[in-house]
Design a binder for this molecule. Structure first.
Ligand SMILES: [Zn+2]
Length: 149
């Protein structure tokens, strides 16, 4: 009931739930929602029995593709992705980081060949908690503080 009070249900689109509190706006930024004319709302610091506090992002008339879901999983792994069509949840899944990240972020190493030539960036996930990813080309390892999604 409380959620209904805050925002009406959407008929078609995406609801990203269980985002770590404080990361909801970043998720909206990653998805470029401002640029895309999307009708969206970020709910911040929603009380959650599971997480204490969480953020929720609702986007009308947009479904996420795999690349978008992977980018969000980089900073909000464990969030729940709900796809809604005609007021029904047609898909619900937990966002988890894939083993390999391809063309999602650029390499933080400015000398890396992927930043000089038009090579596709590629990282393997070495560790999830804390996050550590290794560039396939320069082989350097980066933590979450060095990665800009
Ligand atoms: Zn690199």
């Amino acid at each position: 009931m409380e959620k209904e009070f805050l925002v009406r249900k959407i008929e078609n689109g995406t609801v990203i739930d269980h985002i770590p509190a404080g990361s909801g706006l970043k998720v909206a930024y990653i998805l470029d929602l401002n640029e895309n004319d999307s009708c969206f709302v970020v709910l911040a610091n929603v009380l959650s029995s599971k997480m204490g506090k969480k953020d929720i992002v609702k986007i009308e008339n947009k479904e996420l593709d795999k690349r978008e879901a992977d980018r969000i999983s980089l900073m909000a792994a464990g969030a729940t992705l709900n796809t809604i069509r005609e007021s029904a949840v047609v898909e619900k899944r937990e966002l988890s980081l894939p083993e390999m990240l391809e063309e999602i972020i650029s390499c933080p190493n400015t000398n890396c060949i992927t930043n000089c030539e038009h090579a596709m960036s590629r990282f393997s996930v070495e560790s999830r908690q804390p996050l550590k990813i290794r560039c396939h080309y320069c082989e350097r390892v980066f933590g979450s503080g060095e990665i800009s999604v």
